[in-house]
Write a protein that binds this ligand. Structure first.
Ligand SMILES: Nc1nc2c(c(=O)[nH]1)N[C@H]1C(S)=C(S)[C@@H](COP(=O)(O)O)O[C@H]1N2
Ligand SMILES: [Mo]
Length: 201
């Protein structure tokens, strides 16, 4: 009876969105909050951001100093390992390149540390070259505490657990040691396009 060939329905389905890495879905307007612990509320007068090399502080900014650094606006897609992606998010922040500008010979790996003790590890090469920022503004407004305000790391080309909320410290290190989720079996690197969710992926 039907003159339609098998697979017709599949062929008519919407083409896959090429912004979506494998295994992800579009969360649309939702912006889920994923935090492993309570949201810290450090007063801005006591907030600072530091770069250290494990033996000493190499650079440090108070909140006012950080706010005075040149900020860039960026629009990026986010990919969480729990499978939601969010397209076209708008942020403002300071490129990590700028934060490391006066740090000579930085070691090749970084551990990001947050208020509350969360940590995550990244290669320095993924934080530089205009691919990572410390952001303090989301959609034109000060970054909300639940999303990492006053300032969070943003590394959109890796799964979102690498984008440490409530960032306070970048520690330069000779070797790539796992951070919080990486210790619990998440991938050491976390490339969404290669679906590197868990160690061994
Ligand atoms: N300090 C801190 N940063 C964090 C987390 C956290 O629990 N603590 N969760 C990570 C995870 S698993 C994800 S998916 C994103 C979630 O960011 P959002 O809550 O703004 O969506 O933050 C990441 N950064
Ligand atoms: Mo996550």
């Amino acid at each position: 009876m039907s003159v339609l060939s098998r697979g017709f329905g599949r062929g008519r389905s919407r083409p896959a969105d090429d912004r979506l890495p494998p295994g992800q879905y579009d969360a649309g307007d939702a912006f889920p909050v994923l935090s492993a612990g309570p949201t810290p509320h450090t007063p801005l007068a006591r907030w600072d951001l530091a770069v250290d090399d494990g033996t000493g502080t190499r650079a440090r900014w108070t909140w006012e100093e950080f706010r005075a650094l040149p900020h860039e606006a960026l629009t990026v897609d986010l990919h969480c390992v729990t499978k939601w992606s969010k397209f076209g998010t708008r942020w403002e922040g300071v490129a990590v390149d700028r934060l490391l500008q006066d740090v000579p010979d930085p070691a090749p790996y970084v551990l990001a540390t947050s208020d509350g003790g969360y940590t995550t590890n990244l290669p320095l090469a993924d934080l530089t070259g205009g691919r990572a920022w410390v952001v303090d503004t989301y959609a034109g407004e000060p970054l909300a505490p639940e999303h990492g305000g006053p300032a969070r790391l943003l590394v959109p080309h890796l799964y979102l657990w690498k984008s440490a909320k409530w960032l306070r410290r970048l520690t330069l290190r000779a070797s790539d040691e796992p951070g919080f989720w990486e210790t619990f079996g998440y991938h050491l690197y976390g490339d969404p396009w290669r679906e590197q969710r868990y160690s061994g992926d």
